[in-house]
Design a protein around this ligand. Structure first.
Ligand SMILES: [Zn+2]
Length: 128
């Protein structure tokens, strides 16, 4: 990634990530499956082997969706006091849908930001 000599106009990493597009050209697809990152960009040839979001997307999804769903469930319990089966029927499918949708969006954004900021694992500079 550090020897990337491609001359392309800079793109908005947030927009490209949300749309699942290549972080360099903004045109090619970033994902080959729902959450699987492709091998390279079909448009500009950028090698996606650098892409490693690690646990980052899952952490953001847990914090954001957990806050929303738990907040709504608590509000519903306090104001409406519904039976327990209604909580399960409502919140479990909603949580699954929101988590899967948000996971792809956040993973795309984190991978495009990783490319933009040249983020990588730390290396020792031994001063040779
Ligand atoms: Zn590309």
């Amino acid at each position: 990634m550090s020897d990337d000599k491609a001359i392309l106009p800079p793109i908005d990493p947030i927009s490209a990530g949300l749309h699942g597009r290549c972080p360099r050209c903004g045109e090619g697809r970033l994902f080959s499956g729902f959450l699987t990152v492709g091998r390279r960009c079909a448009n500009c040839g950028l090698d996606y082997s650098y892409a490693d979001a690690g646990d980052g997307p899952a952490v953001f999804v847990i914090l954001i969706i957990g806050f929303i769903v738990v907040g709504l469930a608590l509000w519903m319990e306090v104001t409406l006091n519904p039976p327990l089966w209604l909580h399960f029927l409502l919140w479990i499918p909603l949580t699954l849908v929101l988590c899967l949708g948000a996971l792809r969006l956040i993973k795309g954004v984190l991978l495009t930001l990783q490319y933009r900021n040249k983020a990588a694992e730390g290396r020792l500079d031994l001063g040779e």
